[in-house]
Design a protein around this ligand. Sequence first.
Ligand code: UD1
Length: 341
Amino acid sequence: MKVLITGGTGYIGSHTIIEMIETGKFTPVCIDSCERSTPETIDRIEKITGIRVPFYQQNICDKDGFFQIFEEHKDIIGIIHFAAYKSVPESVEKPLEYYRNNLQSLENVLEVCLKYNIPNLIFSSSCSIYGEVANLPVNEDTPMGAPFCPYAHTKQIGEEMIRFFAHVHPQFNAVILRYFNPVGAHSSGLNGELSPDKPNNLMPIITQVGIGKMKQMAVFGTDYNTRDGSCIRDYVHVSDIADAHIKALEFILEKRNATNCEVFNLGSGSGVSVLEMIHAFEEITGIKLNYILGERRAGDIPAIYSDSVRAEQLLHWHCKYGLKDMVESAWKWEKMLSISQ
Ligand code: UD1
């Protein structure tokens, strides 16, 4: 069964393609503009799996080029839509770019589903849609909060677009997956997060400071109302996130969905503070990190972690990897990158 992966050379997209090939359940076709990733990821996927995935370097905001793929692959039965910008601080600085890119792409995905009769969609959403919440953990019934950054807002609007679309197209089935904080890399160390020169996310910053690519890092805020004053997040291994996409596809293909637009949290269920993550890295690798206690970052919320019982019960999804695996695999990948550069 052929499935189109938008954003397939990105961090979560590439791990999902690997998972698809390794489980043998679906045949991926990949599309990515490579604006924030590289076509070499296709080589990495081939090195790990032995399979060369059909790949289109194409921006899905360009409707004609995007639609052409469905003329060539008439047997696509579903789309996993990852392609989006995802940096909280960048979205605060460049709101219009986020609205344009993240919403135009989704609109094209939904139009393609209609035009080519593609009944299955898995959408990458984010725990950021919950905003700042008083009661933790959050489950899927926790209402969306006031958006605290444009990135979060594009995910909120995206979810609503899909919900309204599903409402008038009963033959269409969507699963919305709300990721918490995906980290780590493939266990081979051959694929992981390719960050921009100045990464924004915590784990790549930690590993870059660890290897010496970055001289120093800051803990963004130590005066939050949390157990050690730094922000708390729910880190989840990227390969577990990838696995959830296969399970979400099976869920709708086996018609186990109660409605044609279902939503699931994907988190480990426990919160880890920034300082705890730094110390976990130091303990696991034996490397001391050069960090300072810095100011709060715009757009951050103090704490969030997931109640993922719904995904466990209905998708039969469980995290296979813990914090140690996340740190070890991310570190293995960073070391691999430093050798190859
Ligand atoms: C956010 C979203 C998440 C989304 C991700 C995509 C929330 C709650 N989560 O993650 O759903 O998938 O963006 O990028 O908004 N930090 C430091 N120092 C650093 C870098 C980060 O202290 O140098 C801290 C941040 O302040 C934050 C934590 O580390 O508290 C994690 O940050 P990051 O990895 O950027 O992810 P989020 O912004 O939490």
